[in-house]
Design a binder for this molecule. Sequence first.
Ligand code: 13P
Ligand code: 13P
Ligand code: MG
Ligand code: MG
Ligand code: MG
Length: 373
Amino acid sequence: MRMTLSVIKADVGSIGGHTKPSARMLDAVRAAVQRAIDEHLLLDGFVAHTGDDIAIIMSHAEGKNSARIHDFAWAAFLEATDIARRQGLYGAGQDLLVDAPSGNLRGAGPAVAEITFEHTLKAPRPAESFMVLAADKCGPGAYNLPLYLAFADPMYCAGLMLPQMIKGFAFHVIDMDNAKADSIVELAAPEESYHIAALLRDNERFGIDAIVSRTYGEQAVAVSAQRLHSIAGKYTGKDDPVAIVRNQGIFPAPEELLSPFAKAHFVGGDARGSHVMPLMPVPLNTAVTGLYCLPIVSCIGFSLDADGRFSEGYTDFFANPAWDEVRLRAQAKAIEMRSQGWSGAAMLPYAELEYGGFRETVSGLLERFRLRA
Ligand code: 13P
Ligand code: 13P
Ligand code: MG
Ligand code: MG
Ligand code: MG
């Protein structure tokens, strides 16, 4: 069966500030997903939140960029937006940036990641297991470093030395400066891994769009790399990317994929999307309530049965207590970084900040400059 996994995520309102959606909003989206399963639009679906973002995880046979699937997700987010408005929640409808999307949500605000593949349950995929990463309070390139390390560096993924992976992976890198159309370059790891790093080091401009096995032609990864401020022309909240990562067998194993997250690496995001702060791995359905407004990432895993259903629930990778140590390290790194407040590397460069109110503050001051006589 040719099937597609779609993850579509949006922030359409949250309680007590930018923390988490309300239970009624989540119930409405879950009910919409159940209706779509009953009506056979979806093979299966799952709804959860990471911070203030609601993610809809779907399996279906409609293909990528399907108007039916994207319109369905948009309608579900509109329903949740109505509830958020009635409940007086913060940021109701925040990520729904256009009036009526034309059957494709890419460029309309919600984060979209999709992979289509032949679901056979035979070689080279005798079992289909995959993970969904969802991040909140962070910029679009938050996965650049961890996915690079997992798919291009045997220090993190020793499995890359095995016959099924030793030819490496193709990285499709997107230039997010081009808001009008997707502009993508395909680079091959390991031969071009320095070239890949040269782009991915800039988390605000370049992002991983897809990663594909060079041995099997199978797509391992899809990321929702896009910049909201390029769409809206102003700051409307952080980009908060999602990713689908197929694992095991011809792809890295979960632990090989997740070990780079033990760094709690610094990303753009945090309060007002303006700071440089560590990415903290958290269990699913975590609210953003800690010290500061740390960028967070959740990761859950599913297996697909022969009918494309999510078998028996999900695995919550970052709920394991082993990650407590990383969370503490992230918090310590955050306290260090914030001790220098607004200075230098602690905040994003002006090119990023100029989409928010900082632009007005600084342009008002620039007018007051005078050449020294
Ligand atoms: P198991 O024996 O538990 O399946 O371990 C397999 C493995 O290879 C871990 O990556
Ligand atoms: P969200 O995109 O999660 O709403 O984050 C916005 C923000 O500005 C945090 O302060
Ligand atoms: Mg928000
Ligand atoms: Mg958010
Ligand atoms: Mg956001």
